[in-house]
Design a protein. Structure first.
Length: 299
């Protein structure tokens, strides 16, 4: 079994397209097959704006193991102001949730990102992060959260709206052990992927989080574990041959394009650094995932 596997399934890289140019054949079906073959049981295709939500809902409808989220990423919050009105945009988000309750398992990806304010300024991010928390209260959905270089404002907004929130996960965590403790004190789970395992400090922070509050993810097609990352020394050889995108052949994974099956690599690093049995750790993280996103299913 495998935990949360946040995956931008709508990403064109899984169709062989890179920055608008075709590099290889569409290998979306093979990518999913590789995930199921390593024991992934569910994939959450995360959305970050209306176009993402439309594409994600189309993808997940025909596949019982795929789910999605509804929400607006901090870098896309300008869409609220670009819409005829922010109220109308919120109503669109409500409609997506109401019409797809069996497939929408979280609100997100939402939060704050002060590393990328060129895409959306701080005030706009704060305004619409706060506004979206009304949906958490209305639909009792857990939060799929994004926090980059904004800890104080993020924690302030969450604290002020605590009564609206029924749990969540800090996705793609890259903060310090102190930051992890702040999130844990607020009752959140913490999601770990390849980006969370780049430096020795990252590894120490990850190791400080209690197993009962950890989740595992890939953030595919991003956040693969690179040879230059501190976590990579804990990896055994890969089970998949990889090729550069221009030289790709069927049955291979694409070099530097992360995909859901590589959740096993994230697990391998986490278990080694924590000194835990990988099977036990995977099972605990899977139960954590069910508890938050699929509350009817956890044992």
């Amino acid at each position: 079994s495998s935990g949360i596997n946040a995956e931008y399934g709508t990403d064109s890289m899984f169709r062989g397209m890179y920055r608008g140019k075709a590099a290889h054949a569409d290998d979306y079906a093979a990518m999913l097959d590789r995930a199921w073959s390593v024991g992934v049981e569910k994939i959450i295709v995360t959305a970050g704006c209306k176009q993402d939500i439309d594409e994600a809902l189309t993808l997940v409808k025909g596949e019982p193991r795929l789910y999605t989220t509804v929400g607006v990423h901090p870098t896309r919050c300008g869409e609220f102001d670009a819409a005829p009105s922010p109220t109308e945009y919120m109503d669109n988000l409500r409609g997506y949730i109401k019409d797809n309750r069996d497939k929408v398992v979280a609100l997100g990806e939402l939060g704050l990102d002060y590393d990328r304010t060129k895409f959306c300024d701080v005030d706009t991010q704060k305004k619409y992060f706060t506004l979206q928390l009304d949906l958490a209260e209305e639909f009792k959905l857990p939060l799929f959260l994004h926090s980059r270089n904004c800890a104080d404002d993020f924690i302030k907004i969450i604290s002020e709206n605590r009564s609206k929130i029924s749990g969540g996960v800090i996705h793609s965590f890259t903060g310090s052990a102190e930051e992890a403790k702040q999130y844990l004190d607020m009752g959140f789970f913490i999601g770990i992927n390849g980006c969370s395992l780049k430096t020795e400090e990252n590894l120490l922070a990850m190791a400080s989080i209690p197993t009962g509050r950890l989740m595992i993810e890939t953030d595919a097609p991003w956040c693969g574990i690179r040879n230059t990352h501190a976590g990579s020394k804990h990896l055994s050889s890969s089970s998949w041959e990889s090729k550069k995108k221009e030289k790709w052949v069927e049955g291979c994974i694409v070099k530097d394009r992360c995909e859901p099956c590589q959740i096993t690599q994230v697990l391998e690093v986490m278990a080694a650094v924590r000194g835990e049995d990988p099977v036990d750790l995977a099972e605990t993280m899977y139960q954590n995932t069910l508890k938050l996103f699929f509350p009817g299913e956890n044992s």
